[in-house]
Design a protein around this ligand. Structure first.
Ligand SMILES: Nc1ncnc2c1ncn2[C@@H]1O[C@H](COP(=O)(O)OP(=O)(O)OP(=O)(O)O)[C@@H](O)[C@H]1O
Ligand SMILES: [Mg+2]
Length: 252
């Protein structure tokens, strides 16, 4: 028996005349390894923005473990266990890798965010942040500033920040974009190492990654769910192949 973590019921989002989400009814289950795929502009990022509260739906509702969170603020959703990464990263570029992750862990445990304040840094928070960096194989970059880091490693820092929140739901918008393909397995390994109860939703255009990762795939086309199923079902679906898989690439 699995429980539903995050759910939408008939969620729609209009941008003027454009319907970026169209009647989307979706469930992310406890322990899910779920991928959301679809052509550019299909509405994938919009959907994550609706789940995280960046956007309010035009109609429909969003539930977290059965509770209606449709109008809940972003920060409150994070506190309740929804973490995400962005398609384009939003790191503190002037701070070090460790400081960025420190802020995230500190936020969760209620410590002061500044690591550099003389009496401020908490050893347990530093240790936890360092452990995350080790898991993602970026510990050697701990004291480098974000601005000087190759983009692929910046993506890993973003993932470390999301994991620092110890989320129940992890939403990853193209986490491997800009990551050299030789290193994308680090992301998958890190996700594999997460507690099995965490529900993970990943958006990616890299079908190798998607099919290695996902136990369930939802295909979004023009804002609406076009198909949903196991990787085997989706891979064999001629309509999906026609509309998307035939043209999917490994672009970011
Ligand atoms: N804030 C906004 N205002 C107006 N239109 C928007 C806004 N955000 C997204 N859109 C439009 O909504 C549609 C869906 O965009 P979205 O970014 O969700 O697609 P996507 O599936 O994530 O695409 P990609 O694979 O390129 O990242 C696009 O036509 C986009 O131009
Ligand atoms: Mg997107």
């Amino acid at each position: 028996m699995t429980a539903t973590l995050l759910e939408t019921r008939s969620v729609s989002k209009n941008f003027g005349a454009l319907r970026a989400a169209s009647d989307v009814t979706f469930k992310l289950e406890e322990g899910a390894r779920h991928a959301l795929i679809g052509p550019n502009g299909a509405g994938k990022t919009t959907f994550i923005n609706l789940l995280t509260g960046v956007l309010l739906p035009t109609s429909g509702a969003v539930y977290l473990k059965g509770q209606d969170i449709t109008t809940m603020e972003q920060a409150a959703r994070v506190k309740r266990g929804i973490a995400r990464t962005f398609q384009i990263n939003r790191l503190f570029r002037g701070l070090s890798v460790l400081e960025n992750v420190y802020i995230s862990v500190a936020e969760r445990v209620g410590a002061a965010p500044q690591m550099l304040k003389p009496a401020g840094a908490r050893r347990d928070v530093i240790d936890e942040a360092m452990h995350l960096l080790e898991t993602l194989k970026i510990a050697n970059d701990a004291h480098h500033t974000i601005a000087g880091l190759p983009y692929g490693r910046q993506r890993l820092v973003e993932l470390a920040i999301a994991l620092g929140l110890k989320p129940e739901v992890l939403l990853l918008d193209e986490p491997a974009a800009g990551v050299p393909s030789a290193e994308s397995h680090i992301i998958l390994d890190a996700i594999d190492a997460l507690p099995k109860t965490i529900g993970v939703l990943i958006i990616d255009h890299d079908m190798d990654l998607v099919f290695r990762f996902a136990k369930k795939i939802t295909v979004l086309v023009r804002g609406a769910i076009f198909a949903e199923g196991t990787p085997k079902e989706i891979g064999a679906n001629p309509d999906v192949r026609a509309v998307y898989l035939g043209q999917a690439t490994t672009h970011g």
